[in-house]
Design a protein around this ligand. Sequence first.
Ligand code: FCB
Length: 431
Amino acid sequence: MAMAIGRRGFIGAATAASVLPRSAAAAPTGRPFLWGVATAAHQIEGNNVNSDYWLLESLPDSGFAEPSGDACDSWERWREDVALVAAMGLNAYRFSIEWARIEPEPGRFSRSVLDYYRGLCAACREAGIAPVVTFHHFTSPRWIAALGGWEDARVVDRFVRYCATAASALGDLVEYACTFNEPNAQVTSYVVAGGRQDPRETRIRAEAARALGSDRFCAFFQGDAFRVRDNILAAHPRAVAAIKAAIPKARVGMTLALQQLSAAPGGEGLLRRVRAEGRVPFFAAADNDDFVGVQSYNRDVFGPAGYLPTPADAERDASGQDASPGVLGAVVRDVHGACHAPIFVTENGINTRDDTQRIRHLRTSIAGLDAAIRDGVPVLGYLHWSLLDNFEWSSGYTPRFGLVAVDRYTFRRTPKPSAAAYRDLVRAHRG
Ligand code: FCB
């Protein structure tokens, strides 16, 4: 999770892959069920020097454990990444295209960067992998942040123009597209914090503005959460239309941060507010989309003043949060009751250094998803976060979400046993 916000965002025995039910073999679209992995440009490409996050990471006291630097060097090693996805027998790869590279200065689009992403999409398709392209995954060009970022209404036109240009360059190589990644996370954190802004934010934004010679700076998770939400919700349908105008067959939606939420006595009001501000408007915006992207990791329980501590008997991830594998099944059922769009699980996984925990978590999460599908929840696919151990925003390189380990110095990729377990599980589902 991004910026100074930490992620607040075991049931049963491990299920044997060979007995998993097969109901997830075909999606409600009639297209094959999508089995894949997800990544994001800034977290894997490296040297995303024109982005707002690159600048923030370099500021003293900005809350980042370390800067992204070379990340996983996927900018150079993307062919290896596609080969890893193919080796797992997957048919979908979600990655993001980087606005800061595509439009490094206002209105100046880089043909070579757009060609680069075309090459990535083409390589996926040659390997039988559907590219699932995210147009905005937290990072923006520095010039957008210096203009006032997502707090300033002018960003809407700029974003739509970028989406139109990128979509027409990628063209029919793209089958699935996500406009925004987790645009509901900021307003959710804001409501949980009781409407208080992190006091460090003003200082960090002023420093970043100074570094750019601007009088303002606003990155994705900064600024007035409600103004940011308004601008994103104004941009989303226009971005969907722009992408579809360029790629009529594309299926387009946005992805949302959707943890499993409940309230302990006294926490009901907060739960209601979080749903009302951080979910309802986004579900309404997604209602007519081709899918709603569900991204679930944790189980959060509200008390009167915020999140309650993780219960002693909970399954924990490496950061100590409740990471029960029951989360995914519960959340997709909940979303199905609240939004009409078909569900696409665009992220789910666990931060752990114990790969046996990851395997257990993966199998049980998918068994829960499968049970929901058998009960009638329409699901297009499941994308595991993540392909690689990568740059986890403000937490740096300490968290481990990958099915594949990456050497920090040589960038050598080494699949973990969980990569083979995922391959076997997908094979068993396909029958
Ligand atoms: C999600 C983000 C993704 C990654 C995972 C662990 O909130 O979309 O970039 O950080 O969490």
